[in-house]
Ligand binder design. Structure first.
Ligand SMILES: Cc1ncc(COP(=O)(O)O)c(C=O)c1O
Length: 390
């Protein structure tokens, strides 16, 4: 007889056809051009290993100093990160977490009763449904529209708001569309949210990876709506294994203070960020400079290569990219994206994510990772495009 588990855990855990095909492909030892790669530690970037490891050996880690918001030294380093963007964030408004996913959990927990609603963009990152289900939150989707660049469909967003809406999630730049929220969109969002007492949850893990010279503004700058800005070292410094992230609370003073008092209780309950990592966070943050330089150089070279290959054919195109680690290809929708991805794997040894992983509303989209090592990327793209040759 089956054990009784909570309904929220009744997930369909069957492996999808593409993952099955990938496992078969790997088990057979066949060549693989993996254009889905997102683990920065697996992409051939050079890390300053000695500095990173030395930072984990701080003797202060032998003392336990429980602080719900996190050790002040680490929070000061996070505040300095925003100061470089000319944004004043007080260390008191920062809460350290073990990951951005955990930061989402904290924000969802202080905002939502069971079945309360959060608006999330589509297309976007697939982890949201799990994060929401685990917290008993209902996700309602608002569309992003593509017309020579992405934008929020504000009419649809406003229609999606109900009395149970507690927050609007914005990811900038978004994964995988790679677009930033424009300042006029951020202002409108603030207006909509502040007048209805809805919070903004801004995921900025890719904020530093902008292709344009001008620094994009962060939601951490004080604005009208209560705002939780999430980021962390997994993308910023390419150190996902260190589990160091944060949540900045901003907005009108009174609402901000109320939110922080509640967040502090949740953070105090778990105290989940370990001391060695907190003590090393200033050093890890500093590591971002060398890492980001390498990563952006690769993204630019891969984009150039992609454009060269695309210009030599007529079947596929790429959507505009403003930043982040991914590009979206528009491909002929002659079969489902999943079937196409399986065919690419079986016939061309190329692995890509189909658009439906990210809830693209129509077929005909593939996502490629721009942080793929250059040679693999160039060969993988050439093979990918060759499947459309007649
Ligand atoms: C948009 C976005 N937010 C958050 C995360 C998770 O970050 P963390 O490793 O800090 O939980 C990811 C990871 O891929 C992501 O793409």
């Amino acid at each position: 007889m089956n054990h009784k588990f909570a309904n929220r855990t009744n997930w369909n855990l069957e492996v999808n056809r593409l993952s099955e095909a990938l496992a078969r492909h790997r088990a057979a030892g066949l060549p693989l051009f993996d254009l889905s790669i997102s683990n920065p530690t697996d992409c051939g970037f050079t890390y300053e290993s000695r500095e990173i490891l030395a930072a984990l050996c701080n003797p202060s880690a032998l003392t336990y100093e429980p602080n719900p918001k996190g050790l002040e030294g680490a929070r000061r380093a996070v505040a300095a990160y925003y100061r470089e963007r000319s944004i004043a964030v007080s260390v008191e408004d920062i809460v350290l977490t073990a990951s951005t996913s955990e930061a989402y959990t904290f924000a969802f927990r202080i905002l939502c009763n069971p079945s309360d609603e959060l608006l999330i963009p589509v297309p976007s990152y697939p982890l949201f449904s799990f994060l929401a289900e685990i917290q008993d939150v209902k996700l309602v989707r608002y569309p992003l529209i593509y017309d020579h660049g992405w934008q929020i469909d504000f009419q649809a967003l406003e229609q999606a708001i109900t009395p149970r809406t507690r927050g609007v999630v914005v990811v900038q730049p978004n994964n995988p569309t790679g677009h930033f929220t424009r300042p006029d969109e951020a202002a409108r969002l603030n207006e909509i949210c502040s007048s209805r007492q809805i919070a903004i949850i801004a995921d900025e893990v890719f904020l530093d990876f902008a292709l344009a010279e001008k620094l994009p503004t962060s939601f951490a700058a004080k604005a009208a709506a209560l705002t939780f800005t999430l980021s962390g070292l997994s993308k910023i410094s390419g150190l996902p294994q260190m589990k160091s992230a944060w949540l900045v609370t901003s907005g009108p003073e009174q609402r901000k203070a109320q939110a922080l008092a509640r967040l502090e209780v949740i953070a105090d309950t778990y105290l989940s960020v370990n001391a060695p990592v907190q003590l090393a966070t200033p050093v890890f943050l500093e590591q971002r400079r060398g890492f980001q330089k390498q990563l952006m150089a690769r993204v630019r070279r891969n984009l150039e290569q992609l454009d060269r290959e695309l210009s030599a054919q007529h079947s596929c195109a790429r959507l505009e990219v403003e930043g982040g680690w991914y590009a979206v290809l528009r491909v002929p929708a002659t079969r489902s994206d999943e079937e196409l991805a399986i065919e690419l794997l079986e016939k061309k040894n190329v692995y890509v994510h189909p658009g439906h992983f990210y809830d693209f509303p129509s077929e005909g989209h593939l996502i490629v990772s721009l942080i793929t090592p250059e040679q693999t990327f160039a060969e993988g793209i050439r093979l990918l495009l060759s499947i459309f040759e007649i």
